[in-house]
Design a protein around this ligand. Structure first.
Ligand SMILES: Cc1cc2nc3c(=O)[nH]c(=O)nc-3n(C[C@H](O)[C@H](O)[C@H](O)COP(=O)(O)OP(=O)(O)OC[C@H]3O[C@@H](n4cnc5c(N)ncnc54)[C@H](O)[C@@H]3O)c2cc1C
Length: 393
């Protein structure tokens, strides 16, 4: 099956999801407070079986969900995506005990997850992170605690006994309200990407505190402070010093789906613009009769469709485990997020003043559309990935 041709049942599913977003999830989102965690909305995503689907299907389904939900309710889309981002490391690399303890709650929308990689001094250059995981002198080093990971404590510098986390994380979605975080910390100093370990840290661990950040994006984002937070080998996701791979595996899966979120927003802006320019009159006729307006709408539609095709192709390539996934995912994320910015901005222009009124769909999309060009690899970082892949051939 070519990556860009949806089956009829996939198209029907997208229609159903759009209707759910508009009719069932939008009212719940409107009852929430911007910047605060909306637990009833997360619970509804669980009841509808959408969170279950996050963990039971592939990248293309993830993209279809994100695109379709974003069309009618960006808050629901983001809540869904963040459960996936925070909990995927556990689902993909966690121990049986971690999965049994946390994933049922995530799937049901009872427990909320966060993905804590970025730091004030390490954003795009995530391998430079400095949250310290120091050996814990109070934990028994190397005695029967490392069975899950099969390390020989003597060969592990004694670190298998446990660690104390100290430092900061910043711009973490769902913080400080999440129930647990996948936290990436430095277990080996000066080892770059090779010295990072992923830990599952419950939010109520002593020494872990958080604060909300007031951001342009409507979803909750915060900073986390770690003051000698105790973690044991049972909290390690994957293996010590292998955490960067856990982070990259998760981001590789999610990268095309950020593009899908962007496509959903672009389509919503385009639909609103078609409706508006067909009915708003100026200079003796509807705006659509002005050729410059009609051409602008044609350009918006073309870029949205091109973005959609790149996203589907990248997701389908991921699901087929094709070798050029890094290139196609980077192209999809880059093109779709930039196209959505263009389309939403053009939609604002064609709506005039009303688009900027607080509460208007386009005022909301204008705030939502900006951040995806920065997070999970900024546009410039995607270009670097694409160029590297091209020259590696
Ligand atoms: C709404 C939102 C939600 C977020 N949620 C999370 C989350 O849940 N978990 C998490 O861990 N992080 C999260 N982040 C943080 C996000 O991952 C970082 O903002 C991102 O990685 C960029 O890092 P930075 O902001 O420090 O920018 P910097 O790394 O300082 O980069 C600034 C700019 O420099 C340029 N630049 C950087 N590197 C290159 C390069 N190699 N080549 C060319 N130009 C370059 C780009 O223009 C880039 O935008 C979130 C951010 C936002 C805005």
């Amino acid at each position: 099956m070519p990556g860009f041709a949806l089956e009829p049942q996939q198209r029907e599913w997208c229609e159903e999801l759009r209707a759910l977003a508009a009719e069932r999830l939008r009212p719940l989102a409107e009852k929430g407070e911007p910047g605060r965690l909306n637990r009833p909305l997360v619970a509804a995503l669980g009841e509808l079986g959408l969170l279950e689907r996050l963990f039971s299907s592939g990248a293309l389904d993830l993209c279809l969900m994100r695109e379709s939900l974003a069309h009618g309710c960006t808050e629901a889309e983001t809540a869904l995506a963040l459960q996936g981002l925070g909990a995927s490391p556990v689902a993909r690399a966690g121990t049986d005990a971690q999965r049994a303890r946390w994933l049922p709650g995530v799937r049901e929308g009872r427990l909320v997850a966060g993905f804590a990689l970025s730091e004030p001094g390490a954003g795009s250059d995530a391998a430079a992170l400095e949250l310290r995981a120091d050996p814990d002198p109070d934990q028994d080093h190397g005695q029967d605690q490392d069975h899950d990971h099969g390390q020989d404590p003597d060969q592990d510098g004694g670190r298998a006994g446990g660690w104390l986390l100290s430092g900061e994380k910043c711009w973490i979605s769902n913080a400080p309200y999440a129930d647990f975080y996948t936290v990436f910390a430095r277990t080996t100093p000066d080892a770059g990407a090779r010295g990072i370990t992923a830990f599952l840290v419950p939010a109520d661990r002593p020494g872990l505190t958080g604060s909300a950040l007031d951001m342009l994006s409507p979803h909750p984002i915060g900073a986390l402070a770690f003051d000698r937070v105790r973690v044991t080998p049972d909290d390690v996701i994957g293996a010590p010093d292998q955490g960067f791979r856990v982070a990259m595996d998760t981001l590789n899966l999610f990268r095309p789906s950020v593009g899908a979120f962007a496509v959903g927003m672009a389509q919503a802006a385009l639909d609103a613009t078609l409706a508006h320019t067909a009915t708003r009159t100026a200079f003796g006729g509807p705006l659509k009769n002005l050729q410059s307006v009609a051409h602008q709408v044609a350009e918006m539609a073309t870029r949205t469709e091109a973005a959609r095709l790149l996203v589907y192709a990248a997701a389908a390539a991921y699901d087929r485990n094709e070798p050029d996934v890094p290139r196609s995912s980077a192209m999809a994320k880059l093109f779709a997020t930039e196209a959505a910015q263009y389309v939403v901005d053009a939609a604002v222009q064609l709506h005039g003043a009303r688009a900027l009124q607080r509460g208007h769909l386009l005022e909301h999309l204008y705030r939502e559309v900006r951040a995806p060009r920065i997070y999970e690899g900024a546009t410039e970082v995607q270009r670097t990935i694409i160029a590297k892949e091209l020259y590696a051939r």
